[in-house]
Design a protein around this ligand. Sequence first.
Ligand code: XMP
Length: 514
Amino acid sequence: TVLVVDFGAQYAQLIARRVREARVYSEIVPSTMPVADMLAKNPAAIVLSGGPSSVYEEGAPRLDRALFEAGVPVFGMCYGFQLMAQSLGGQVDNTGAREYGRTDLHVSRSSSTLFEGTPDEQAVWMSHGDACSAAPEGFTVTASTDVVPVAAFENDDKKLYGVQYHPEVMHSTHGQQVLEHFLYRGAGLSPDWTTGSVIEEQVTAIRELVGDKRAICGLSGGVDSAVAAALVQKAVGSQLTCVYVDHGLMRKGETEQVEKDFVAATGVQLKVVDAQERFLDALKGVSDPEEKRKIIGREFIRVFEQAQAEIIADSGPEVEFLVQGTLYPDVVESGGGTGTANIKSHHNVGGLPEDLEFQLIEPLRKLFKDEVRMVGQELGLPDEIVQRQPFPGPGLGIRIVGEVTKERLDLLREADAIAREELTAAGLDRDIWQCPVVLLADVRSVGVQGDGRTYGHPIVLRPVSSEDAMTADWSRLPYDVLAKISTRITNEVRDVNRVVLDVTSKPPGTIEWE
Ligand code: XMP
């Protein structure tokens, strides 16, 4: 394991992902973890992340020097680099030498462990106010910039390396290569961590844990719950039962994907609850977005719990486990990044008898989204499930501006299916994050179709590009693709006489309209 020590910026997750892209397993630990505890994990190498602090500030995160003396290879980046410099007797100060963004790096020792085979001049991403002006004794300075004399150093004997910039961001053109040089050449690791090994490890662990008991899993139609279920199914077969609530707010073909394709690919035991009428009844007359969301959330939990209770009633008290598709970023963000177990302690599920407790099985707890997709692929799940773009839990219910009715849902489903079909046909699925298709059910405009006047509804296309959905930009889709979608929707979908494009970034607009 490579430990990525998190100094409090958003970079640690990205570093951990980059290490895994190099096929080496990595985990994030907080910088407040005692060095003895870090070393107790027996790390093969350690990466120190960047962070927002300044090393000479009072209260800035520190690191026990013992970390550098344990014989474990260490790579410091940005703040981690400065901390390494300072702890080992180098000089770090606020010289007023600020660099933010793209910077030219001058590599002075191309034969170095980190920079071997990379150009003498390369673009790197900087973000710092302090700078290292003298490397610690025993270190060779391997790169500089116009502003900073010591932008990288290394001590090959002690296996200590550092760079002032952020090799993990894509703007650092040779960043991944430099990181891999550290891992393979510096730390002597081999690229042998694969999703296949994850599956094997998890299947064994889950089998052992579940024994002859039973597990249940809720399927949402999304990637995470599908992959989690498929993994548990591979481990314990028919001891797992999945529940899928069809609330009628799914897009065209999605329920069938779960009912047919997912079952065909995994052989999982599935209980489908048709709750379409119940949701429509509950949503009758409601057009306020928040109210809709609350109603959908509430009904969903009720139906789901009822189904669970039925499964438990059918199979007796041996249902002990609940499978969830929790991902590594959720774990890290909730402060649990230090845990190594893939099993969390028991947890009550509301609506069931008070003394009934589940143990959670979270087989994706150590994985990032792209890794979950790879595991899904390896488990033989269809692309339509594994490569699915994000879709909100409340489904099409929050893509109809106005009251949700059966007719409107059917109409939106048609329009959405056309948009998705054309985007896929144009090969754009991987370029966009998602493309909500929204029906403005409370708006009408005048049109002309055939020989007659129409008075129909507009459909909004909301294609966005994003990395994490926190911010987004509208996607610049090719005009001919937009034209095709527009023509097809207005021709093929009854009551729609206008297609409009949402050209708002987030912020100020959210991705969804409600
Ligand atoms: P917004 O509209 O807030 O959406 O910019 C950000 C991302 O979250 C998705 N989204 C949801 N996902 N339940 C979900 O599981 C929800 O209630 C929900 N609301 C929005 C949205 O599709 C986008 O990817």
